[in-house]
Design a binder for this molecule. Structure first.
Ligand SMILES: *Cc1c(COP(=O)(O)O)cnc(C)c1O
Length: 388
């Protein structure tokens, strides 16, 4: 049996006619830039994410960059985030000229630890006038950028309280978490000043290429992002700001408009698969070697990834590959140990939970169209590995 990490063909098969019609509509209109499909998608995704406004952009990475730019973050500033995430989270902070400040994660959810953030703010930062300064570097701490990793919300109640106490802006990296909710049914992207979504093909709502969106409740901030998205010119060719070309493509928006109504069913299927895995691992008696993911009680985890902690992770991965099971390591090197961030001066041991997660985690196939036989096969292959 083959169980790929992700197979997008099954999803496309069910929607091919509708998607081709939508693409043909854009071709017929020849309206490729910020046309009606983009407008419709922005309204629908904003509403889905419990926000007033959506600004469609060219990728999740550009959503993060645009959000940071819109909040005026740049040289001399610093932004607190997690070292256990996709590169773009800290990469975009650095690209604005600001400094990424890392705080460690919670071992059970892999998300930014509110206690680590609070300790960092209390012990390593101080007020100077209206600024909050990191003592070691003199950088102005301006914002908090939590990541809702694997499709589960970070502890936003605690993080928002810290941000409010210290006067920080909040940017949510919700690239993996569209529609994820806390126990009070509040959705990813609706907590902070700006939520950043990705429609990269592997995300729960995937485009046919790169695309993303910023969601926000503040109309003035959304309008500022709309201006920065077109090089900061308003009216056209009159530039009060330096922006970029961050536009979402009309063709991508047309595809996403067809897919969005199916998103809840897809996320529900991922949850069913996750529950199936949980029960199958329980039956297989692998608890000594495999820790299944923890879902915060009452919350809605959308399982963009189903990530286990595994003993002898790399050997297990090779065993699964030989058995025809696709897996991935998200992420093998925590960001504080990436070469490009050597200038931040970190060393191994600085963020032990992030480093342990990088050593132990393995993402298993979780996409909606998997059959129970495939899920059963994955668990049996893992059980067999530890029985050998
Ligand atoms: C996918 C992802 C991004 C970047 O999105 P792209 O659309 O690939 O640019 C940013 N942050 C996280 C956590 C992601 O998973």
């Amino acid at each position: 049996m083959q169980v790929p990490l992700l197979d997008l063909k099954a999803q496309y098969a069910g929607l091919a006619t509708e998607i081709q019609t939508a693409i043909a509509g854009v071709c017929a209109s020849q309206a490729f830039i910020l046309g009606p499909a983009v407008k419709a998608l922005e309204a629908a995704v904003a509403s889905y994410s419990q926000c007033r406004r959506g600004v469609g952009v060219s990728s999740g990475t550009d959503a993060l960059l645009l959000a940071l730019m819109a909040l005026g973050i740049g040289p001399g500033d610093a932004v607190i985030t997690s070292p256990f995430t996709f590169f773009a989270t800290a990469g975009t902070i650095a690209r604005t000229g600001a400094r990424p400040l890392f705080c460690d994660i919670e071992p059970d959810t892999f998300n930014l630890s509110p206690r680590a953030v609070e300790a960092f703010l209390a012990e390593r930062c101080e007020r100077r006038g209206s600024d909050l300064i990191e003592r070691a570097t003199g950088a102005r701490v301006r914002a908090l950028m939590p990541v809702h990793l694997y499709g589960q919300l970070a502890d936003m109640r605690s993080l928002m309280a810290s941000a409010q106490r210290h006067g920080l802006k909040v940017l949510e990296d919700a690239a993996q978490a569209i529609g994820a909710e806390d126990a009070a049914r509040k959705r990813a992207g609706s907590f902070g000043d700006i939520g950043c979504l990705s429609f990269f093909p592997t995300k729960n709502l995937g485009a046919f290429g790169d695309a993303g969106m910023c969601v926000a409740n503040d109309a003035a901030l959304a309008e500022h992002m709309e201006i920065l998205r077109v090089h900061g010119g308003k009216p056209k060719y009159y530039h009060q700001f330096i922006g970029g070309n961050f536009r979402i493509d009309e063709l991508q928006a047309a595809v996403l408009n067809v897919k969005l109504p199916h998103l809840d069913a897809w996320s529900a299927a991922r949850q069913r698969n996750a529950a199936f895995y949980d029960a199958a691992f329980e039956r297989a008696g692998t608890a000594a070697n495999v820790a299944t993911p923890r879902t915060v009680p009452g919350a809605r985890h959308i399982y963009n990834q189903y990530v286990i902690r595994a003993q002898r992770r790399d050997e297990l991965r090779a065993h699964l590959a030989a058995a025809g099971v696709g897996t991935e390591i998200y992420y093998p090197v925590p960001l504080h140990l990436q070469k490009c961030f050597a200038y931040l001066g970190h060393k191994e041991g600085d963020f032990p939970e992030s480093e342990r997660a990088a050593r132990e985690t393995l993402a298993l196939p979780i996409y909606p169209e998997l059959t129970e036989a495939q899920l059963e096969y994955v668990v049996a292959a893992i059980r067999d590995f530890y029985r050998r």
